[in-house]
Design a binder for this molecule. Structure first.
Ligand SMILES: [Zn+2]
Length: 310
């Protein structure tokens, strides 16, 4: 009897462990757009500043890590730490086009600032971590899609398809990670493998990320959160230039676009660190540099990455 009970408990334990590992899939059906979308049409990534970009492709308009503060304004990063913005966003919050959804890598004010918390339409769907979703609920945001690592959200808009998968991310090492918000990267798969994009989120390069290229090979584009952010002047909590190169080597995207650099005074690794490291690693022809406001445009299947005209 005891043995039967014991094996029952063990079986239950195994089931619970498997259930915990299972990836959840969620759905979001957006109202179809009015204009028909040409499946052969290209897309664009407009860099607004910090980690804020506008992704437009196949009828979807996606905003990432919305931060619309201006030069001189301060963000609070917890534990009494603040940071000053050194740049302006290329687009004002009030001038955004209609947004289908927001992807938020984590809840920090340089990614979801106080003005955004107050003024962003509370009905916009937001895809984010479980922890950030709980904060968004308190702020009154109604449509939250909290994802655990490797969970996926299937989004449809008319005939257009997009799958967003939450990828691992870690804002700090060891104990520091526990004191900082949980972070997710995201993999965007448009139209069943037509175009694949990875947004790193504010992460360091660590072992869990090795799983990303195994699950998601043939990455078309990677948006790299750089900046080599240091808190208390010491602890590195985002990738610096060298880390950005390691990330490019790990994920092996056809094109990498650095974002999240030079915008705040806690960003201690300037873009030039990454430019030099990328050049030394022979990656310069795989990187596209965008100034605030510039857009990278792509046409899936075209061999050449296209940079904005200089
Ligand atoms: Zn950040």
């Amino acid at each position: 009897m005891r043995r039967i009970l014991l094996s029952l408990v063990m079986a239950l334990g195994t089931w619970a462990a498997q259930a915990a590992l299972a990836q959840e899939a969620y759905r979001l059906e957006l109202p179809p757009g009015s204009a028909a979308v040409d499946p052969a049409a290209g897309g664009s990534i407009q860099f607004i500043g910090t980690a804020t970009v506008l992704i437009r492709y196949q009828g979807f308009t996606i905003l990432t890590d919305p931060n619309f503060l201006h030069k001189g304004q301060k963000v609070h990063l917890g534990y009494g730490l603040t940071s000053e913005r050194l740049t302006n966003p290329a687009v004002e919050l009030a001038d955004l086009p209609p947004i289908d959804l927001v992807i938020l890598s984590h809840m920090h004010e340089d990614h979801f600032d106080r003005e955004v918390q107050e003024k962003l339409d509370k009905a916009i769907p937001i895809v984010t971590t479980k922890e950030a979703a709980a904060s968004l609920a308190k702020m009154g945001f109604q449509k939250r899609y909290p994802l655990g690592t490797w969970d996926a959200l299937e989004v449809t808009k008319g005939a257009a398809r997009l799958r967003i998968t939450s990828a691992p991310g870690r804002h700090g090492k060891g104990l520091l990670a526990a004191l900082l918000p949980s972070v997710m990267g995201s993999v965007l798969d448009f139209g069943d493998g037509k175009y694949r994009m990875y947004i790193t989120g504010d992460t360091l390069v660590y072992d869990d990320l090795n799983e990303i290229p195994k699950r998601f090979p043939n990455m078309d584009l990677a948006l790299l959160h750089l900046g080599g952010t240091r808190i208390l002047g010491t602890f590195k909590v985002t990738m610096d230039g060298q880390d950005g190169v390691r990330m490019m080597q790990l994920i092996a995207p056809r094109t990498g676009v650095p974002i999240h650099y030079n915008d705040y005074d806690v960003f201690k690794s300037p873009l030039s660190d990454f430019q030099e490291a990328a050049k030394a690693a022979g990656l310069e022809n795989k990187v596209v540099y965008l100034k605030h406001g510039e857009a990278y445009t792509f046409v899936p299947g075209k061999p050449e990455a296209s940079s904005p005209p200089r």
